[in-house]
Design a protein around this ligand. Structure first.
Ligand SMILES: Cc1ncc(C[n+]2csc(CCOP(=O)(O)OP(=O)(O)O)c2C)c(N)n1
Ligand SMILES: [Mg+2]
Length: 558
């Protein structure tokens, strides 16, 4: 076998795994980038910050189900680690490469000597070092294997040398890749049939059941099976924020997102259920409004790919370990649709709860107020986001507005959201567009969220990454307002506003200056034409929507 460099083997392996883009701040693995140009078609997206690069890789991964690759030299390693936090929480298969310490200079206060490896530990499934070039092939294979297997998640490999100069070394190596681990899920483990039948039996006996579908349904691609089972048995479906695109909002059995950043109708349905069936969700605090919806002690069954998730938060009547799509397909095959009549009164009630929510919120969803209400933006997006779009949503109020008020119209639309990190959505949307260049990508973010990575407008323009970003611009980090008012004894003062308000800025003008298309919207009637123009512009677009600083997203439970 001829000797090749680490750079050559790494470039060939990434191409072999189907990687189309990598996201980084230079300089790391420099020779690998040269080999990528010579040997592959991989685009080397050079971002303005490591955290943004990690979010781009995360968006890429969530949009495609394939690992997203981000990189930083030793100096930027902890910035990159910070960016893995959201991928970790959302179970997104991001692979991070960093430069690291060299044994020949370790412990001598060499330039930038910090041991970064431990900082990756809490945000990765696997955190390892590559110290000898002949280990490139097996370590890279293990990185892909770990990222996509079981419950997916981030992986970190630290390469020897502050810029990963180990990639210049040579050894006899083969760029062998395993197609199996190029995407989620590599395997679809079969469940134990008697457990499937036991769970199905409980579900069919229930008079007021509800399904809570999470990100595991999305990772497994089980949306179609989920909807068919719900239809066969007449069971309403709530989702977590991560599972929002497992059922369309217009489906008659859809009751909305349950939990804290939610739609109240979903919380009312789940609170009244006599059985909750959790599928591909950890039933964590956000999805259950800190275990208040449903209350602990409710009859529950759960389906998950991870045994440690089964029963972690709710004692279970039945637990099924397996791939969501596979388990649901088995359930569907054995389901008895005749049992659905038992649930007719329940479906009438849940339908009424959903209609009540819509009637109560219609004035805001259709509001003509100036400054614009965020609810109106959400309903315009529901109407005008294309049939095959990817929607990426930031956190805080953005997550609440869109989680609760926006509806997917088509099962070909995807929804992904920040798992809590402000500023995630804009760069994640850019990554998603790289993964799915032929699909429209629409980002929704607040202004505080947008400020975080505003520099990436330049990256989008430079690379022609044509996403449409809608900024809910209220010149403040509005979600913080309630909390500060409380801290100030229930009143707002001139000085307390210093803690969460900004100068008014016209993001459309900023965008234009950087070379993107900027559209400023101040009247609700201008939203639809702005979206139409943006979606056909074939350029990065920032739609700066001037909104009401007094608008507060509704609480989970009124
Ligand atoms: C990294 C990070 N830091 C802090 C927060 C806390 N936080 C949540 S929402 C928010 C303000 C959001 O402001 P903006 O994006 O403008 O949305 P608005 O509430 O004004 O609609 C902050 C600071 C967070 N979620 N993530
Ligand atoms: Mg704001």
């Amino acid at each position: 076998m001829a000797k090749i460099t680490g750079a050559q083997v790494l470039a060939d392996m990434l191409a072999g795994y189907g990687v189309s883009h990598v996201f980084m701040v230079p300089a790391v693995l420099r020779r690998t980038f040269v080999e990528m140009e010579r040997r592959t078609t991989i685009a080397r997206i050079h971002a303005h910050g490591e955290k943004a690069a990690a979010y781009m890789a995360d968006g890429y991964a969530r949009a495609s189900g394939r690992p997203g690759i981000c990189m930083a030299q030793v100096i930027g390693a902890l910035n990159l680690a910070a960016g893995l936090r959201d991928a970790w929480l959302a179970h997104s298969p991001v692979i991070a490469f960093t430069g690291g310490r060299d044994p020949s200079t370790k412990f001598r206060k060499v330039y930038q000597e910090v041991d970064d490896v431990p900082a990756f530990e809490p945000v990765t499934k696997w955190n390892a070092t590559v110290d000898a070039v002949e280990r490139f092939p097996d370590m890279v294979r293990q990185a892909f294997r770990a990222a996509v297997s079981g419950t997916p998640g981030p992986v970190h490999l630290q390469f020897r040398g502050n810029e990963g100069q180990i990639d210049a070394d040579e050894a006899e190596m083969e760029a062998l890749v395993e197609d199996l681990f190029a995407r989620v899920p590599p395997f679809r483990p079969e469940p134990e049939m008697q457990r499937v039948l036991a769970a199905l039996d409980i579900l069919q006996q229930a008079e007021r059941p509800v399904i809570v579908a999470g990100g595991g349904v999305r990772a497994s691609g089980a949306g179609a099976e989920l909807v068919l089972l719900a239809e066969a048995l007449g069971i309403p479906v709530a989702t977590s924020l991560n599972g929002k695109d497992s059922i369309t909002g217009s489906h008659p059995l859809s009751v909305g997102v349950v939990g804290t950043y939610s739609r109240e109708s979903a919380n009312r349905v789940v609170a009244q259920a006599d059985l909750v069936c959790f599928i591909g969700t950890e039933a964590g605090g956000m999805t259950t409004h800190f275990w208040a919806v449903p209350k602990i002690g409710v009859s529950a069954i759960q389906i998950d790919i991870d045994a440690e998730t089964l029963g972690r938060n709710y004692p279970l009547k039945a637990a099924v370990l397996g791939d969501a799509k596979t388990v649901l397909a088995h359930m569907l095959k054995h389901a008895d649709p005749a049992t659905a009549t038992r649930r007719t009164p329940w479906l009438e009630l849940t339908g009424a709860l959903c209609r009540e929510w819509r009637d109560a919120n219609r004035p805001m969803l259709e509001s003509d107020a100036v400054p614009i209400r965020p609810e109106r933006i959400c309903s315009e997006l529901t109407r005008h986001v294309p049939e095959d779009a990817i929607v990426a949503v930031d956190t805080g109020h953005a997550g609440m507005w869109m989680g609760g008020m926006f509806d997917l119209r088509s099962s070909a639309q995807s929804y992904m959201r920040s798992a809590g990190h402000l500023g995630w959505a804009f760069p994640a949307g850019l990554g998603a567009k790289c993964a799915a260049p032929h699909r429209p990508v629409v980002v929704f973010t607040g202004d505080a969220g947008f400020w975080y990575h505003i520099a990436e407008i330049e990256t989008a323009v430079r690379w022609g990454i044509n996403t449409v970003t809608v900024v809910n611009n209220n010149a403040g980090g509005n979600q913080s307002k309630r909390g500060f008012d409380r801290a100030y004894g229930g009143k707002q003062t001139e000085r307390s506003r210093e803690l969460w308000t900004f100068r008014p800025v016209n993001f459309a003008r900023v965008a234009e200056d950087i070379g993107a298309l900027g559209i400023r919207v101040e009247k609700p009637g201008d939203l639809a034409p702005a979206l139409a123009r943006a979606l056909s512009a074939n350029r990065p677009v920032i739609i700066d929507v001037v909104t009401d600083i007094e608008a507060l997203a509704p609480p989970a439970v009124s």
